[in-house]
Every structure is written in C-alpha cells, then in structure tokens.
Design a protein. Structure first.
Length: 355
C-alpha cells in the first residue's frame, strides 16, 4: 500500500497572500493530485501545520483550503489522516482549540480523521504506525509515555528535534533529543520546512517555497510504501522565488528579447547585477521582465564600480535575511562570543518567522 505524506502546507501563509495561494494551487492541481490519481493512492497522512495562522483564518484562505485541498480529497474518497501541528493550535500550552476541529470537526467528510492530542497507533496494510500530533505542555506526559510504550516501528509526527536544520543554514538548538526516538526504525516529521535526514529521523519538508530562505531548496511531497517502508520524493517543480544573474557582456539583444520569462508570472524575482555596462540593454531586460507579470522584481545592484568600498561592508541583498545577519556577525570585530550572538539572532529570526 502507498500512502501520500504531506507536511506543512501552511494555507494562508505570508499574511494570506493571494500570490502564494495561487502558488499552492499550482502544486495541488498539477503535481499532488495528478500523482495521487496516477498511482491510485487512497490514503494521505498530513503531518501537521495544515493552516498557517494560529489565531484565526481569513475567509479566502478557508475557501482556498477547501477548494484546493479538502474538497478534491473528499471528492476522490481519499482517507485523510491529519495530525495537528503547532500552527494549527490556538494555545501554546494545549491543542484543544485548533483550526482543523473548528473548520472540519463537524463536517460530513467521513474520510477525515483529525488527531488532536494523544498519539495513536494505526495499522496500515499490516504495518503499525504511531501518529503523534504536536506535543504541547498539556499532552507532553501522555505523549512521551505513548512513545515509550509503543511497539510501532514507525513514527509520524510534528516534532521539534534538536540539531536539525529548520531553514537553510539555521539549526534547532532546543527541542527534543533525537535519542528519544532511537527505538523507531524510522521517524517522519513535519515542523521544520527544510528536508533533512539524520539517522532514523527524516524531516519531510514543506511542499513549496514560502520565504526567501527556501530559495532553491528541495520542495515537494513523499509517498510511503508500507511494503518496503521507504519513501519516494515527488518534487514540486514550481518555484515562487527566482534569482537571475545579470551580466550584460554575456548577453546579446536577441538573447534578451528571447529570454525565457514563461515561469516568472506571479513569482518574486531578484536580479543580481554582476556587470552592467550597457544601460540600454538593461532597460530592455527590465522591460521584458516587466511584461512577465512578476509579483515583485528587485534589482540587487551591488559589486560594481565599488572599488573604494570594502566588499565586506556591502550587504549582499541577493542573500536571504539570516545569511545576511550571519555574515554581518562573522565580519564583526568583538570580544563577545559570536556563537552566542548568532544563537540569539537565530532565535529572534525564527520567532519572527513564527516557526
Ligand atoms: Mn510548519
């Protein structure tokens, strides 16, 4: 039996951005459901963070969640198992008020099962899997006992585990020790959006890019095979962030006129100008890009004609925020332990991203 594993869908992300909602839709319509139909998959496990905002849902986002995901699942008669993630829960100390129960707890979607608090053992095709929702202070003791007691060899959960990469280059310095989960053959978790594996633990990663630190990271979903107990990665080819390295003496006017802009619509574009001697050509390029209906175009116009400035002093806007901060701290002259400063910045940055 094959089961689709989906993690961190974050409906409503980026302040209920309609551009991001469109980007989500492309994934579900062109990648997720066609693959599921192709493979004849009738079971999905969502490992948490279905919705983005903890406190409320915007009506358009609620409609998008319904139209883009819940209804297509229900129309196909697919069994959907959802374990809550931290973003689905209103309170920080318990999971009792959550988006899934408020939106779908009384729905007539017979094939939907929401796991809100205690870990549960489910047998899929003879394979026992423990499903563990977000562990908050109120369900921690019970959850840990269930994890300790279970004979299941597979755990699917929404966990914060120490030492794993949260976003590219940013590692979790708190959370559970990975040793707690040693007993399992494999652990598949949501929560951190970056895909990664250490030992028996795999973070499945988000299906799409949501902020610049996701740029060029692997995005998509997985299919779990109960027979081999392995996962197959199905990549999402759609990107919402693009970087273009512009070096004009490497381009001809013909090349600019024929530059492939077809995948730029409704995406965020950074043009990194490495070399620009011909302003006319650059204008041509910007005009062409202007017609591509990008969501946003940012020109990062550095590293040229700056002979008098030390390169280290320049903020490389082509990078994501955390990398810029990290480079800044590393370039600082200070007696304070830089690791401490980086830890603090890391925490603040993650809090700002509301991870
Ligand atoms: Mn998440």
């Amino acid at each position: 039996m094959k089961i689709a594993l989906l993690a961190d869908s974050h409906f409503g992300c980026r302040n209920d951005s309609l551009i991001f909602a469109k980007h989500h839709k492309r994934f579900y319509e062109d990648v997720f459901f066609p693959t599921i139909d192709d493979r004849g998959i009738d079971t999905i496990i969502h490992v948490g963070d279905v919705t983005d905002r903890r406190k409320y849902i915007n009506y358009i986002t609620a409609k998008n969640l319904e139209d883009t995901f819940m209804k297509p699942v229900n129309d196909r008669g697919i069994k959907l198992h959802v374990i809550l993630g931290n973003h689905d829960c209103f309170h920080k100390n318990n999971n009792d008020v959550n988006s899934m129960r408020q939106l779908y707890g009384t729905s007539n979607y017979d094939n939907l099962i929401i796991y809100e608090n205690d870990p549960v053992e489910i047998i899929f095709d003879g394979v026992k899997i423990m499903l563990c929702p977000w562990i908050s202070p109120d369900n921690q003791v019970k959850s840990m006992k269930a994890i300790y007691d279970t004979k299941a060899q597979i755990l699917m959960a929404h966990l914060s585990i120490e030492g794993f990469e949260m976003n590219r280059g940013s590692y979790c310095d708190h959370g559970y020790s990975p040793a707690i989960f040693d007993k399992f053959d494999v652990v598949y978790s949501g929560h951190f959006h970056q895909q990664s594996t250490q030992g028996n633990i795999t973070y499945l990663g988000a299906p799409y890019e949501m902020n610049w630190s996701d740029y060029d990271c692997k995005r998509g979903f997985h299919i779990f095979d109960t027979e081999t107990r392995t996962i197959e990665f199905i990549p999402n080819p759609y990107r919402i962030f693009h970087k273009i390295n512009y070096v004009d003496h490497e381009l001809t006017i013909d090349e600019i006129n024929n530059f492939d802009m077809s995948n730029m619509e409704d995406t965020y574009v950074k043009i990194i100008v490495g070399d620009k001697h011909n302003p006319y050509m650059f204008d041509l390029f910007l005009d062409a890009l202007g017609k591509a209906n990008c969501a946003d175009i940012k020109v990062v116009d550095d590293h040229m004609n700056f002979d008098v400035i030390v390169e280290d002093d320049l903020v490389d806007e082509a990078q994501d925020t955390f990398t810029i901060m990290k480079n800044y701290v590393n370039a600082m002259e200070t007696n304070v332990d830089k690791a401490l400063i980086l830890d603090l910045l890391n925490d603040l940055h993650n809090e700002a991203l509301n991870l």
